[in-house]
Design a protein around this ligand. Structure first.
Ligand code: NAI
Ligand code: OAA
Length: 341
């Protein structure tokens, strides 16, 4: 059934599923930037989750069409489309989880930091709406540069008095997904059984694969270990170059964000033992935010599992990452201090 709901100045497209799932808990998930290269496939994957009762899609363009399309799929979540800033509050209101892939992607020759000028204010404004309308929501930031957009989100939440460091995540799952894939390919392993943590940040040399902590244990001659680590660090650029101006990773990112969201939603639902690497508020190093494996729970980060034991080579990668990571974090914090009331 399709109904057009008019609320004061808002025109919101609501699609209701005919499937009754009233016995399950209501869980609303919002995707901000839902009509984009990541947003659409991510929303498709989320639409398949029995843990979600309502999937709310926000963008500045095309959400009515994306929502109409997804709403015909015979799965649990009700889908609503929200278009333009007047409909943002309604999209995020009551959300348990907000995923943010809104903003511009890289073109060949750009660094993730080159996206800062456009994406910083996009993220700040979206987070402001979350602070006002779903202050308890878990928030997963996908928008680059993640090393700066996560501190931006934290500072905006602090300004609004609702920052909870356990509920804010920079989504770095794609780095782990890539590591698992490349290691499995290199060693001829079943990729579904490979898990390699990636720590640090999410740009170039701030991405630190910890191959020595991979399960199952794998060993490489030093030269191969270096080559593999550099490939993981540059994997985003590999895709940007292959797409030749048509954007960056979208499908693999949607897969990764869905993997992260699924584990977080399961943990929020009471499943124990869910661990994902994520870029979170951290005391592990001198960088205020740092990706490590974290144990997920009902309230978000249950426990930061830390860096663990590193090889000298990996320890040197962490040391090399620090100046850029700290500068990226500071840049995000200063942006909010200067530009956000
Ligand atoms: N964390 C990670 O591992 C990864 C992050 N990314 C980042 O994700 C972001 C999105 O990438 P794509 O989906 O490929 O870009 P895209 O350009 O295909 O989609 C972005 C969407 O954001 C929307 N948008 C722009 N301003 C908005 C606003 N103020 N409010 C709501 N929506 C808005 C656009 O209308 C568009 O639909 C980029 O910053 C990219 O660098 C990409 C891949 C991996
Ligand atoms: O490389 C980019 O610009 C997009 C991204 O973060 C990734 O693919 O890891």
């Amino acid at each position: 059934m399709f109904s057009r709901v008019l609320k004061s100045t808002q025109l919101c497209y609501v699609f209701r599923s005919n499937f009754s799932t009233s016995s399950k808990v209501d869980v609303k998930v919002a995707v901000l930037g839902a009509a984009g290269g990541i947003g659409q496939p991510l929303s498709l994957l989320l639409k398949q989750s029995p843990l979600i009762s309502h999937l709310a899609l926000y963008d500045i363009a095309h959400t009515p069409g994306v929502a109409a399309d997804l709403s015909h799929i015979e799965t649990r979540p009700k889908v609503t489309g929200h278009l333009g800033s007047e409909q943002l509050a309604e999209c995020v209101k009551g959300a348990a989880l907000v995923l943010i892939p809104a903003g511009v992607p890289r073109k060949p020759g750009m660094t993730r930091d080159d996206l800062f000028n456009t994406n910083a204010s996009i993220v700040a404004n979206l987070i402001d709406a979350c602070a006002k309308n779903c202050p308890k929501a878990m928030i997963g930031i996908i928008t680059n540069p993640v090393n700066s957009t996560v501190p931006i989100a934290a500072e905006v939440l602090k300004k609004r008095g609702v920052f909870d460091e356990k509920r804010l995540f920079g989504v770095t799952t794609l780095d782990v997904v890539r590591s698992n894939t490349f290691i499995a390919e290199g060693k001829g392993l079943d990729v579904t059984k490979v898990n390699c943590p990636v720590i640090g940040g999410h740009s170039g040399i701030t991405i630190v694969p910890v191959i020595s902590q991979c399960t199952p244990a794998v060993s490489f001659p030093q030269e191969e270990r270096i080559k593999l680590s550099v490939r993981i660090q540059n994997a985003g650029t590999e895709v940007v170059e292959a797409k030749a101006g048509a954007g960056s990773a979208t499908l693999s990112m949607a897969y990764a964000a869905n993997k992260f969201a699924r584990d977080l939603l399961e943990a929020m639902n009471g499943t124990e033992g869910k661990v994902q690497c994520a870029f979170v508020r951290s005391d592990e190093t001198e960088a205020k935010y740092f990706a490590t494996p974290v144990l997920l729970g009902k309230n978000g980060v249950e426990k930061n599992l830390g860096i663990g034991h590193l090889l000298d080579y990996e320890r040197n990668l962490v040391t090399a990452a620090m100046p850029e990571l700290i500068a990226n974090i500071k840049k995000g914090e200063e942006f909010v201090a200067k530009n956000f009331k």
